[in-house]
Design a protein around this ligand. Structure first.
Ligand code: ATP
Length: 447
């Protein structure tokens, strides 16, 4: 904690001393000092140890030293997955009341899946929290992921892709609308528990934290007690530098024709330079409608293809890469294109690439291939006349068209960033939005 940061907060009745703060308070203060007032912060508060520590540290710091324009609210999601969950959510409100913090209970209603319950609960949790943040006009969401969560995420990602080390970013944009920050990402779980015990604050233990049915719990149990942790700050710095190089590559060397054909100038592309490779992986995910960039094997195939001259075409990750001298063209491939009927007032995601709403009074069919019988183009924007014929044809054959385009509204989406944008990839996400002529992603409200 920098002394000038503490000074920034002092001026009230009892100036905070940097040396007197323990790890959770220090992290909480650092977070508060990054906020740009006015700022209403919604705490994702499960009632468990970590989020109780987060709520208690933020609330008690602000009580000791109010910051004009900064206010707190809290929300607990009741997943309704075990008996007594409603009561637990109610109980979570007690600590909030002690601090005069408004507490919202958000109930996950509707059918629950039989398999993949943790992933579904997580989806529902973020959807409900983001909706609550919008409803109450919150500027930021905070979650209490800690250093052990970070280590588990790092290990789980390594299991899937050994290159994808590094854990979570310090913030993530949810649903293009609300940023969630993770102020405790470098704070140890035991330090949070010690802090609560010292302050006589109780918390609830979640029994699912011990359920070895869940991958995260198995990974947690398999990890040896930690003496030293990976250098997460260093890894995050590397990720950010690589992402910024990718964003710069996209800005300098890529044109996106009518939002659906990428033309990449390969004359300064170097396969050993990670920024250009990452840029291509994100373009491929965008045009292929993939929620994740290619895994290790396909990323390697793409790198090999981009780095040599012999092969001219590669189908990968639902797109076709076609090379003409120093130009690389990327389009959606002609396979697995859906045909859907959209009911009046319904919104569907077509091919993971376009959100389509039927504002008319009758069902409308949407399929691929402008120019086929009775199929009228849905997208505006002309493709340039000098595109190679095969590229142009593929682009037309893979774009959506409809029997009655007049009643449909179409918004292209960037599948890998539609739900979450990690803060280190923000520039990449925005550069893709600019290339595609789409609305940019909102900035985070911190310094
Ligand atoms: N029921 C809940 N209500 C509100 N916030 C919650 C709830 N459960 C978890 N959170 C928030 O999310 C944080 C992470 O929780 P947890 O580690 O259980 O989630 P996860 O699903 O494993 O993580 P991730 O969201 O990264 O996948 C908690 O510290 C808390 O801030």
């Amino acid at each position: 904690m920098r002394a000038d940061m503490v000074g920034h907060l002092s001026g009230g009745s009892a100036p905070l001393e940097a040396s007197s703060l323990n790890a959770p308070e220090s992290a909480a203060l650092e977070f508060l000092l990054k906020l740009k007032p006015p700022c209403r912060v919604l705490i994702a508060y499960s009632g468990g140890g970590d989020s109780t520590g987060l709520l208690f540290s933020l609330a008690s710091l602000l009580r000791r030293q109010p910051m004009p324009g900064i206010s707190l609210a809290a929300a607990t999601v009741d997943h309704g997955l075990r008996s007594g969950s409603a009561e637990e959510a109610e109980n979570a409100g007690l600590l909030c009341r002690q601090f005069g913090i408004t507490h919202h209970i958000l109930t996950w209603r509707g059918d629950k899946p039989k398999t993949g319950i943790q992933a579904a609960a997580r989806e529902a949790r973020y959807r409900l929290l983001a909706q609550c943040a919008r409803d109450i006009g919150a500027d930021l969401l905070v979650t209490a992921h800690n250093l052990e969560d970070q280590l588990e995420t790092h290990e789980m990602r390594k299991l899937r892709n050994p290159d994808a080390a590094g854990g979570m970013s310090e913030a993530v944009l949810i649903d293009r609308s609300i940023w969630a920050c993770r102020p405790f990402l470098a704070v140890r779980r035991d330090d949070i528990r010690d802090y609560l015990v010292t302050n006589h604050v109780q918390w609830a233990e979640d029994p699912s934290n011990d359920n070895v049915m869940f991958e995260r719990v198995r990974v947690r149990k398999s990890l040896a007690p930690q003496g030293a942790y990976p250098d997460f700050a260093g890894l995050a710095g590397d990720r950010k530098r690589r992402a910024d190089l990718a964003a710069a590559f996209l800005a300098a060397h890529v044109i996106l024709h009518a939002g659906r054909v990428a033309e990449v100038d390969l004359s300064s592309f170097d396969v050993r330079e990670p920024g250009g490779v990452l840029a291509l992986l994100h373009l491929i995910a965008f045009l292929g409608g993939r929620t994740h960039t290619a895994g290790r094997e396909n990323a390697e195939r793409m790198r090999r293809f981009a780095g040599q001259r012999e092969e001219t075409r590669l189908s990968i990750e639902r797109v076709v890469l076609e090379r003409r001298k120093q130009r690389l063209y990327i389009t959606r491939e002609r396979r697995s294109l859906p045909e859907l009927v959209i009911a009046p007032s319904d919104t569907v995601v077509w091919d993971s690439r376009f959100r389509v709403r039927n504002g008319g009074g009758s069902p409308v069919s949407v399929w691929a291939g402008a120019g086929t019988q009775g199929c009228l183009p849905l997208l505006g924007g002309d493709l340039p006349a000098d595109l190679p014929g095969s590229v142009r044809q593929r682009a037309l054959q893979t774009e959506p068209c409809a029997s009655d385009p007049a009643s449909l509204q179409v918004v292209p989406i960037i599948a890998q960033f539609d739900r979450f944008v990690p803060s280190d990839l923000y520039e990449v996400a925005n550069r893709l939005a600019i290339l595609g002529g789409l609305a940019q992603f909102p900035e985070i409200a911190t310094r």
